[in-house]
Design a protein around this ligand. Structure first.
Ligand SMILES: Cn1cc(Br)cc1C(=O)Nc1[nH]nc2c1CN(C(=O)N[C@H](CN1CCCC1)c1ccccc1)C21CC1
Length: 347
């Protein structure tokens, strides 16, 4: 087992499990060179079986998605038997649990969260990606109450761009669009907007618009597109829900129309900003300095190495040092002594 974890153990101190799903589990860990907390998604290749392509899909998508409301991928380690994805850690857990604990959210809090979801989805759609599994379980809360979108195993980047139709039926039934469960060809972006309608309904009400223990009944309810409208919903909320939960995908609102929708800008006044705050093309000078000094190579050599974006320990160190800098912590790599101390405990 040590062999399996050797590459990971060299740079990370693995802590407790924070989540376990079908073919994977997620553990909290410390990135030893920076001291930053990360999440490590561990998958057993044999157990993955036919699901292995989903993991490759997720990894390739996350390598291209750099956004403050999308969970960041730092490093990928593949051994003979396992795949380790080193990801951003969110200490607030899933939005799903947050809603359940509060019964339902106020319109103001729903708006704050929904704007962040719109920002992430607008960014994805403008890059040509559809998520296809939007639900509160796939939205994590970080230590600054920001939402981070996760689980890109089902996302699609149609070859012919966002106008291309998709066929594979996927995602969670309660959040699936009518055209998707009807088995017709559908547009990933349009299906995402439906799921966002179900998500907004769940935020505002604390329960789902379409629900039934019998899958056949559930599908009938989704295709009918009829849902309860509790009296705490404001007229503006009802208008937006109606525009999102449109059974006809061609009449459904698009994410670009959402950016400055009156419900979205209400009380806030400004449209949703979807562009990424992270500039990948320009390397941060302070981080390059710290890393080139620490590894005793020239800045040019370090820059050339970093610009390969191998998602190896250099990529992880770069992103985590940058995260330290943006969080106002010192841009320092642990010097070897402290490094081994954190590795083997105090002398
Ligand atoms: C639940 N929780 C409580 C605290 Br405190 C922190 C967390 C927590 O999960 N934090 C966290 N930070 N970063 C991550 C996580 C969880 N996490 C996840 O990727 N979590 C997903 C959750 N999916 C939602 C529907 C099915 C599974 C997961 C995927 C496969 C196996 C287990 C979990 C990442 C790695 C991106």
């Amino acid at each position: 087992v040590v062999e399996e974890y050797s590459e990971v153990a060299r740079h990370y101190r693995i802590k407790e499990t924070v989540g376990s799903g079908g073919f994977a589990k997620v553990k909290r860990a410390v990135h030893l060179p920076t001291g930053e907390i990360v999440a490590i998604k561990i998958m057993d290749k044999a157990a993955l079986g036919s699901d292995l392509p989903r993991v490759k899909t997720e990894i390739e998508a996350m390598k291209n998605l750099h956004h403050h409301h999308i969970c960041r991928l730092y490093q990928v380690i593949e051994t003979s038997r396992k795949i380790f994805m080193i990801l951003e850690y969110c200490s607030g857990g899933e939005l799903f649990d947050y809603i359940v604990q509060r019964d339902r959210l106020s319109e103001g809090e729903s708006r704050t969260f929904f704007r962040q979801i719109v920002s992430a989805v607008a960014y994805m759609h403008n890059l040509g990606y559809a998520h296809r599994d939007l639900k509160p379980e796939n939205l994590l809360i970080d230590d600054e109450q920001n939402l981070k979108l996760i689980d890109f195993g089902l996302c699609a980047k149609p070859k012919g761009g966002m106008s291309d139709h998709l066929y594979t039926c996927c995602g969670s039934p309660a959040y699936a669009a009518p055209e998707l469960i009807a088995g017709k060809s559908y547009m990933g972006s349009e299906a995402d907007l439906w799921s966002m309608g179900v998500l907004l309904y769940a935020l505002l009400n604390g329960f789902l618009p379409f629900d039934d223990d019998n899958i056949g009944m559930l599908y009938r309810k989704i295709k009918a597109g009829k849902y309860d409208t509790p009296d705490w919903l404001s007229p503006d909320s009802l208008i937006l829900l109606k525009q999102l939960l449109q059974v006809d995908p061609k009449r459904r609102i698009t994410v670009d129309k959402l950016l400055n929708h009156s419900w979205i800008t209400n009380d806030i006044g400004v449209p949703v900003e979807w562009h990424s705050k992270h500039q990948m093309s320009v390397l941060d000078e302070d981080v390059v300095t710290e890393m080139s000094v620490h590894r005793k190579v020239s800045r040019e050599t370090m820059k050339a190495e970093l610009e390969k974006w191998n998602y190896d320990y250099l990529t992880a160190a770069y992103f985590l040092l940058l995260k330290k800098k943006t969080s106002g912590r010192p841009v320092r790599l642990q010097i070897l002594y402290f490094y081994y101390q954190s590795l083997y405990g105090p002398p």
